[in-house]
Design a binder for this molecule. Structure first.
Ligand SMILES: Cc1ncc(COP(=O)(O)O)c(C=O)c1O
Length: 313
């Protein structure tokens, strides 16, 4: 087949996009119009950090914690976010308000950007901020929430902390994406990745908790320190439950009474089967269910939430 070699006078995008609103280069645009340069280091080298917060029934959940983490991580990567934290909060508000969404998945990204001469020196790139609000989506759908997620323990090792600091939320996701394909090949939902010592770390966009004799434990190393994980610590204090950050082995998981995973994309989600092993009773456990209930209840409390100002739209 011979290609028609000429520059398109106007670019027609053949892809489909979900409804939503993005912020890019100082403008609010529909998702289909939000573009990133193919010369952006964020695209070419995964040289970026990002954060995800959700809006539930018109209120941001723990926005301050997400923005603090985002700004700290940008600093760790020597990225300069070209807006203040207050301005970024406003940008996120405006994306949600313009989208009209009451339950939204809101992502903010700072990329290294492009350098005018395509130099190999990251210091010459102009850092960029982008954000978008689309409909809320969960790692676990309603059926998976009822029956519990099924996971595999991947043979893949999660990128080690001495290669890249996992506390920095990042797009080094190919170990997780390959793990997802491994999970799908075994008719499972999600992968869990281990570290080089064989301890469990995290999965494709979530942290892990195990429960044994009413005591909770979660991996303390090689992970993104999730805001939902942090929220579970606070809920445990409120509920009088013990929770420990420590090395969690595959045996700990297989022998647990209950297990669950946590993410902004879904909250607290039960994990009921790992490889061929049923965890506990094989159903979402009582502590998991209680924590899930109080987690969603707290979405209307003013201490942890703030209302979206829809009047700007
Ligand atoms: C690798 C990884 N671990 C853990 C999490 C959970 O973090 P959070 O609770 O802040 O959403 C995420 C979220 O996307 C993630 O990408």
């Amino acid at each position: 087949m011979s290609a028609n070699i000429k520059l398109a006078s106007s670019y027609i995008d053949p892809h489909k996009y979900p409804p939503g609103v993005a912020f890019s280069d100082g403008q609010y645009v529909k998702m289909k119009d939000a573009k990133v340069s193919i010369l952006d280091w964020g695209f070419l080298r995964s040289d970026a950090t990002y954060d995800v917060v959700h809006v539930w029934d018109g209120r941001f959940f723990r926005l301050d914690l997400h923005l603090e983490r985002f700004f700290l991580n940008a600093q760790r990567l020597r990225l300069t976010i070209p807006y203040s934290q207050k301005e970024v909060a406003k940008i996120l508000n405006n994306c949600v308000a313009l989208s009209g969404l009451k339950r939204s998945y809101v992502q903010v990204i700072c990329t290294r950007g492009t350098s005018p001469k395509f130099s190999r020196d990251p210091r010459e790139a102009e850092n960029r901020l982008m954000a978008f609000a689309i409909a809320f989506g969960s790692i676990a759908g309603p059926e998976q929430m009822q029956r519990g997620l099924h996971a595999i323990v991947s043979e893949r090792v999660r990128i080690p902390p001495n290669s890249f600091d996992p506390r920095i939320k990042n797009y080094q996701w190919l170990d997780l994406v390959c793990g997802l394909f491994e999970a799908f090949d075994s008719d499972s939902d999600v992968p869990l990745l281990r570290d080089s010592e064989g301890n469990l770390t995290e999965g494709s966009g979530f942290n892990l908790f195990v429960v044994k004799d009413r005591k909770l434990a979660t991996p303390d190393r090689g992970i993104l320190e999730g805001i939902t994980r942090q929220t579970v610590f606070e809920l445990c204090t409120l509920e009088g439950l013990d929770v420990e950050k420590r090395a969690v082995s595959v045996q700990d998981l297989m022998g647990a009474d209950e297990a669950f995973v946590t993410s902004t994309a879904g909250g607290i989600m039960p994990l009921c089967k790992v490889d061929a092993q049923i965890i506990g009773s094989g159903k979402p456990g009582t502590i998991t269910t209680k924590l899930t209930e109080v987690y969603w209840e707290r979405h209307s409390y003013s201490e942890w939430t703030q209302p979206v100002d829809y009047s700007v739209a």
